[in-house]
Design a protein around this ligand. Structure first.
Ligand code: NAD
Length: 266
């Protein structure tokens, strides 16, 4: 349908999993995509090749989103290639799990640094360009769109993952505060809250039939999500079809946030 024709998109951490699916989904709708990766270029190059093979446009750019100088360089490289930015998908994220009393400061800082500070740094750079440039009506009714990859754990507490849950809870109010502040500039800021999606980040939770059966007890819709489920939601939130949606988290979780334990009890 080419709903994002001619728009320039940056998807952080898009060399694998959800980010890779989002990058491919945006490209299939006509966006030119910067496929950001943290370290090894292999996955990002494969995503770029797949997009190009389907007639789309994409480049791979390295940057650790938790480092300010690398984020500035990422945006410079994006502007050299595509001149501007219309869509930012703040997707890069990781987990460093442990029992609360065993959690090291290093693991706390790494998770907050990538999952929360990384979203702040990239959103700030994108917002500066959106404000300076304003709306380009041929491309979109909005001056820019920011999509934050949050999680059901922005609202569901998660024992053994305090750093991760804190980072996603932080993303929720970062997203809403940005949405409130940037709306007068015609910038829309929203989040996607994935439930359990099959990617490398949570392999242990779905790799064996036993693990998957246990995971399914948390999902009323009774299937584990596919990265493409998130790609479709990202396209909608980036497109003018969602023009009046601002400051919302779209949970794409098969009902995981519906307190499934209460289906038979309570
Ligand atoms: P993934 O491990 O496949 O992808 C994470 C990506 O982030 C990787 O490409 C990784 O290289 C990149 N990354 C890590 N640190 C980075 C850094 N410092 N700079 C740039 N990139 C970096 O896992 P995924 O499941 O695709 O996760 C993507 C996002 O979705 C994350 O924010 C995660 O929290 C969120 N999420 C995933 C699930 C799920 O069930 N898979 C559920 C809820 C939220």
């Amino acid at each position: 349908m080419q709903r994002l024709k001619g728009q320039a998109a940056l998807v952080t951490g898009s060399s694998s999993g959800i980010g890779a699916a989002v990058a491919k989904s945006l490209a299939a709708e006509g966006a030119k995509v910067v496929v950001n990766y943290a370290r090894s270029p292999k996955g990002a190059e494969a995503v770029v090749a797949e997009i190009k093979a389907k007639g789309g446009e994409a480049i791979a750019v390295q940057a650790d989103v938790s480092k300010e100088d690398q984020v500035l360089n990422l945006f410079e490289q994006m502007y050299e290639a595509y001149e501007t930015i219309d869509i930012l998908v703040n997707n890069a994220g990781l987990q460093k799990d442990s029992a609360f009393t065993d959690m090291t400061l290093a693991d706390w800082n790494t998770v907050i640094g990538v999952n929360l500070t990384g979203q702040f740094l990239c959103a700030r750079e994108a917002a500066k360009t959106f404000i300076r440039r304003g709306v380009v009506p041929e491309r979109s009714c909005a001056a820019g769109k920011i999509i934050c990859m949050s999680s059901v754990h922005e609202v569901i507490p998660w024992a053994g993952h305090c750093n991760y849950a804190a980072s996603k809870g932080g993303v929720m109010l970062l997203m809403k505060s940005m949405a409130q502040e940037l709306a007068p500039h015609k910038i829309r800021v929203n989040s996607i809250g994935p439930g359990a999606i099959k990617t490398p980040i949570n392999r242990d939770a779905w790799e064996t039939p036993e693990a998957e059966a246990s995971l399914l007890t948390l999902i009323p819709y009774n299937r584990v999500g596919d990265p493409v489920d998130i790609g479709k939601a990202a396209v909608w939130l980036a497109s003018d079809e969602s023009d009046y949606v601002n400051g919302a988290t779209l949970f794409v979780d098969g009902g995981m946030t519906l307190y499934p334990g209460f289906a038979t009890g309570g």
